[in-house]
Design a binder for this molecule. Structure first.
Ligand code: B12
Ligand code: SF4
Length: 435
């Protein structure tokens, strides 16, 4: 966010007078900062239709800014917002994105992004996606037809792509169901497409049959927001899945040999030691789901109910580091100790493992396969969050457990010890401390 503002200001300093328009999650939730810094317009929410109308205004002087809904700008020195714009209802009507830069993705062996739906029907308190959807009118979850999605996969496959990241927030929302998964697989197979797909799915939408069919379609990996193994923490986050549903989903992934990148949020303002212990117990059983994001803290993004709650309780740190996430304080002293210790340990281990030599292709292959006998991981398909190679993944999962156990035990001990541990780091630095 700060970088976008800096770039705009550098361009201005060099004399560029072109109108500057900002859009996306950052500007939508920080419109004052963007407009006060010098942007002419901030687009709120989805922009496909808005940018066309803005072009009419700036290029041809046809429309007045006040006639364009879904924007914010300055009028007589004051920030004004135009009317709300409905979210794009028919996603099939949006032309396929330009793939001019696909060579770079293919050379980096990155998964190529493709989108089959927008939004999510759940209401997690910390989630920007729900907040973003509320900026616009209309349905919060919309989908493209199977035919339209597979047409695009086919088109991009012809350019040489085989590995795709389906960037949907929540792949299987109603009316999508097991039958939809079957039809998607049928269409992909009947066209002879050999695609490898990664996606994101809600734990409470995972069923055995859905995953079986999605695997047939080409899905080999899913991100799944497990977040926490404590019922009280899930409730605080307003997660739609229960602990049991989370575990059931993980079992299904494992059964089908699907790599799961399980999201964990162990630390938020209300985390307790008992919750950390519950997490430790469950993680010991599901140790194979642990990736380097295990000790994540909850991101406090503007526009979310979570950040509103923190502000109401006066827990937000006044300093803003320009990342868009707010720093906040934790309630429980022992949790602060555990957090600080884990983060220090985690960072040093990460630095250690990444300093070591980059693994050879053979090492990569053999190490990733240690995850599970049933899985078939495929190296070199996507960025660092793909199952291609995560330098610290396998050793980290075991050591993390030991470390977490030690810290949990230690925190049951003395408070003076706790104070020594967190010396110099009294506050949770959310959004910055992640490794
Ligand atoms: C793919 C993705 C990534 C990829 C990006 C890959 C790439 N090369 O594009 C990777 C993995 C790198 C990534 C990283 C991160 N991501 Co991300 N990512 C996404 C994801 C899943 C899809 C983004 C996308 O392409 N959407 C499809 C397009 C069509 O939608 P869109 O981006 O919203 O764009 C529309 C409007 O926003 C607007 N718009 C967007 N940009 C602009 C610009 C202008 C000028 C205008 C006028 C309009 C406009 O118009 C578009 C069309 O309607 C979103 C989830 C989501 N629903 O968006 C999260 C999301 C954007 N990511 C998020 C986060 C937090 C991050 C990280 C900070 C995570 C981390 N802790 O490291 C990093 C930040 C990286 C960075 N440097 O900025 C959050 C942002 C929250 C927030 N409040 O800002 C999201 C919303 C996920 C979430 N659940 O909260 N991410
Ligand atoms: S399930 Fe995921 S995408 Fe949906 S609201 Fe919760 S965090 Fe956001």
């Amino acid at each position: 966010m700060a970088r976008a503002i800096e770039v705009m200001q550098l361009l201005r300093q060099r004399g560029l007078q072109t109108p500057m328009i900002a859009g996306g999650y950052g500007p939508t939730f920080h419109l004052d900062e963007f407009l006060n810094a010098g942007f002419d317009v901030v687009v709120l929410g989805e922009a496909e239709e808005t940018v066309c109308e803005l072009s009419e205004h700036f290029a041809f002087g046809k429309l007045d800014l006040s006639d364009i809904s879904g924007i914010s700008y300055k009028h007589d020195g004051k920030i004004v917002r135009s009317g709300r714009r409905p979210a794009v209802a028919n996603l099939d009507a949006i032309p396929f994105p330009s793939r001019d830069a696909i060579r770079a993705s293919l050379e980096r062996r990155s998964a190529v992004p493709v989108l089959s739906s927008r939004g999510c029907a759940a209401h997690c308190t910390f989630c920007s996606i729900v907040a973003f959807a509320k900026v616009s009118d209309g349905s919060h979850w919309r989908q493209r037809s199977i035919e339209n999605v597979v047409d695009e996969l086919e088109q991009v496959s012809r350019l040489g792509a085989t590995c795709f990241k389906v960037i949907d927030d929540s792949l299987i929302e109603p009316p999508r169901d097991e039958l939809w998964c079957r039809e998607l697989a049928d269409d992909i197979q009947s066209r002879g497409l050999r695609v490898r797909l990664r996606g994101s799915i809600r734990a409470d939408r995972v069923t055995d049959e859905a995953i079986r069919q999605l695997k047939r379609a080409g899905f080999f990996a899913f991100s799944c927001g497990i977040e926490n193994y404590s019922e009280s923490a899930l409730k605080r986050m307003a997660k739609s899945a229960s602990v049991d549903q989370n575990l059931q989903a993980l079992d299904v992934f494992k059964k089908h040999g699907i790599y799961v990148q399980a999201g964990h949020i162990l630390f938020d303002h209300g985390a307790t030691m008992e919750e950390l212990r519950e997490n430790h117990r469950r993680m010991s059983d599901y140790v194979w789901t642990i990736s380097k994001g295990i000790f994540s803290e909850m991101y406090a993004a503007e526009g979310t109910p979570f950040t509103r709650l923190l502000r109401k309780r006066n827990l937000i740190d006044a300093n803003d580091d320009g990342s868009g996430s707010r720093n906040y304080r934790l309630a429980d002293e022992d949790v602060v100790q555990a957090y600080t210790g884990l983060k220090r340990w985690h960072k040093s281990l990460f630095a250690f493992t990444t300093k070591r030599s980059t693994p050879s292709a053979r090492q990569r292959h053999s190490r990733t396969r240690t995850w599970s006998n049933s899985t078939r991981l495929r190296p070199n398909c996507g960025g660092t969050t793909s199952p291609s190679w995560n330098s610290s993944w396998t050793p980290l999962s075991r050591v993390s457990m030991t470390s977490m156990a030690l810290l949990t035990l230690r925190s049951q001990g003395t408070r003076s010890n706790a104070r020594r541990w967190r010396h110099g780091l009294p506050r949770l630095r959310v959004g910055r401390a992640g490794v």
